[in-house]
Design a binder for this molecule. Structure first.
Ligand SMILES: *Cc1c(COP(=O)(O)O)cnc(C)c1O
Length: 406
């Protein structure tokens, strides 16, 4: 029997599957008898000009002739078209990594003396950017509990230029109200950025809710196979041109055509993978929630999750990531035994992969965060984060049960 949620996931997969396969397809090869179905991997640092006028026109932006790989490459552009189609934005700019996308988008939108409001619970390297690196450039950030209504508003200053959103949050899956943050920003002419890596465009399209710039680590669920590092920024032509100029042309965070090809290949099965991963995650979350060794499970599919209703309003699916805390006084040691006891699940960082991945954030991904900041962000020392892959749901459950029994 299919559950209502599985029917919803099928409908979402049906809505995206064709876009995943075909968006950004090879253009007609112009009379050649060789017509590759994929855009070729164009490994050329510079591109030839047909005439002096064409060269001059290319530099003035009067024609589309390619000039130099850091300014544009057909393989990378095909990928950008696919991602923009999935996020429903006018355009997208691929970057060398997710962090190139995050740092570049922030630096393109903010200048010295300006202020940012960001969630306390966010990707740890993004938090370091805002907490440690940007203050040296005169850009300050106030961190807020993004789940608390009014928190962004109370943190506003006359110099606030950017409201940064990351929902569901890493690693505790807290849900922030995207529409409320957007309404606040729009009323004051402030920009919004949403890191949509955790949700993926399968589960959430922040631009449809009014967010200006959507950033991704394509390393994760978009590429999906754990074999590439890549990022992207999605939004209007005007904003993305500005960000591309800073991140890619200026700072050099360009994505290699080989990496772009791998991400585009991974994206062809994105909707199918997410359908399976989201379905398994909801099943595993509900089973873990009743397991005697587990104290609490964080997944927005659970009616007990504080963000459940909000997630139903603003998301098309509840995502493939969950986290859980073990019961008992020595939860950290118990967590280590689970990490070392899994066999089908892999003990490794990253997420969104075809393989299920399990990590202990407090000692690994979030170890750079001061303990007080971790506590304030509600990241318990015994918390384990599971990114559910495409293995059989039952094989995953058998593995988790066995590891929990240790
Ligand atoms: C992984 C990740 C990043 C950084 O991406 P890289 O590709 O590793 O540079 C940023 N935000 C989130 C939410 C991530 O999971």
């Amino acid at each position: 029997m299919q559950s209502e949620y599985e029917r919803q996931l099928d409908a979402r997969a049906a809505a995206l599957a064709t876009v995943c396969v075909h968006a950004g397809d090879a253009r007609d090869a112009g009379g050649s008898l060789c017509r590759p179905l994929d855009v070729p991997i164009v490994l050329s640092s510079a591109f030839g000009f047909a005439s002096a006028d064409e060269a001059a026109g290319a530099f003035k932006g009067e024609n589309d002739a390619y000039i130099y790989g850091r300014w544009g490459n057909p393989t990378v552009e095909a990928l950008e078209a696919k991602v923009a189609a999935l996020e429903g934005t006018e355009t997208a700019c691929a970057t060398a990594s997710g962090m190139a996308a995050v740092s570049g988008a922030v630096l393109a939108l903010c200048a010295q003396g300006e202020h940012i409001v960001a969630p306390r619970s966010m990707y740890a390297e993004s938090a370091r950017l805002l907490r440690e690196r940007l203050p040296r450039l005169g850009i300050e950030t106030t961190f807020v509990d993004a789940t608390e209504p009014g928190a962004y508003e109370r943190a506003l200053r006359p110099t606030t230029r950017l409201l940064y959103i990351e929902t569901p949050a890493n690693p505790n899956l807290a849900i922030a109200d995207i529409r409320a943050v957007v309404a606040l920003a729009r009323a004051r002419g402030i920009a919004t950025i949403a890191d949509n890596t955790f949700a993926t465009p399968f589960a959430q399209n922040p631009s449809a809710l009014g967010v200006d710039v959507v950033v991704h680590s394509m390393t994760k669920a978009l590429a999906g196979h754990g074999d590439v590092i890549a990022g992207c920024v999605c939004g209007t032509r005007e904003t993305i041109a500005r960000i591309r100029d800073v991140v890619v042309k200026g700072f050099g965070g360009v994505l290699s055509p080989l990496s772009a090809f791998l991400v585009a290949r991974g994206l062809r099965t994105f909707a199918l993978r997410q359908r399976q991963q989201c379905a398994s995650a909801a099943i595993l979350a509900s089973r873990l929630a009743t397991h005697p060794r587990v104290a609490v499970v964080h997944h927005p599919s659970l009616p007990s999750h504080p963000g459940h209703d909000l997630a139903r309003e603003q998301m098309q699916a509840f995502g493939a990531l969950l986290s859980f805390e073990l019961a008992g006084p020595r939860a950290i040691d118990a967590g280590k035994r689970v990490l070392e006891g899994v066999r089908t699940v892999t003990h490794a960082v990253s997420l969104g992969d075809v393989r299920s991945l399990l990590v202990h954030p407090a000692s690994t991904t979030h170890s750079t965060m001061p303990p007080e900041a971790r506590a304030a962000a509600n990241i318990a020392d015994g918390l384990l984060r599971l990114s559910v892959g495409i293995e059989s749901t039952e094989d995953l459950w058998i593995d988790l049960e066995r590891a929990l029994a240790r």
